[in-house]
Design a protein around this ligand. Sequence first.
Ligand SMILES: Nc1ncnc2c1ncn2[C@@H]1O[C@H](COP(=O)(O)OP(=O)(O)OP(=O)(O)O)[C@@H](O)[C@H]1O
Length: 242
Amino acid sequence: MTTDISIQLHGVSKQFDEKVVLNGITLAVPKAQIFGLLGPSGSGKTTLVRMIAGIDVPTSGTVHVLGQQMPQLAMLSKIGYMAQSDALYAELTAQENLEFFASLYGLTGTKRKQRIHDVMELVDLGSHLKKQISNYSGGMKRRLSLAISLLHEPGILILDEPTVGIDPVLRKSIWQELTNLSQQGTTILVTTHVMDEADKCHQLGMIRDGILTAVGTPDELKQATSSATIEEAFLYYGGVKQ
Ligand SMILES: Nc1ncnc2c1ncn2[C@@H]1O[C@H](COP(=O)(O)OP(=O)(O)OP(=O)(O)O)[C@@H](O)[C@H]1O
């Protein structure tokens, strides 16, 4: 495996009982790239990112992250994962949630304090640190989940629809930060339904019924489908446009 590939999948399939959800996915994501996964609801995006994060295992095929076969406990500290549903402790404050995750990642002392401050500023929740999560809105919970995934400065960031419920102004600054992180060497895998976000990715993978139907830069996918926009290309690969 070449060292400049951060995420490598070979023939990854996943079956739940009789149902084939992913079918033979082979994919390589280079280091420092923002790779977007696009596909209709139920096409298998979450199932795929969960296997890359090491939370689930393929029925067949292999997943390597930074050259290590997944799942692997030692990779926990190298991966930031933001799931679609927020994994937060509702009865605790934001600060207590952040401190819990920081301790999982071995962050202590001044460094922990600094990181908590930095990630909360980034998601514009700096003034809500002491608030109990049960009093957070849906969008605030999403932002806190994103902050937690960034806490330990992971080399691999896996974000499952990170900007759902986040207003356009903050969405823009979050994407600016994702671009900065990728420029500093972070590899980012993101699922999205938002087309202007898809356009900001270096490469896109289109998934339909568990099959990776196309991979390329936004411009390549537009050209290949004679589409003026990514939305049109998405509809083509999603099977809507004839
Ligand atoms: N644990 C499970 N057991 C059985 N079926 C499952 C399980 N997890 C996912 N599925 C099925 O796998 C398919 C793909 O689901 P997945 O959540 O990966 O899709 P998705 O592309 O992320 O959808 P969305 O965009 O709506 O989030 C769906 O039909 C779903 O019902």
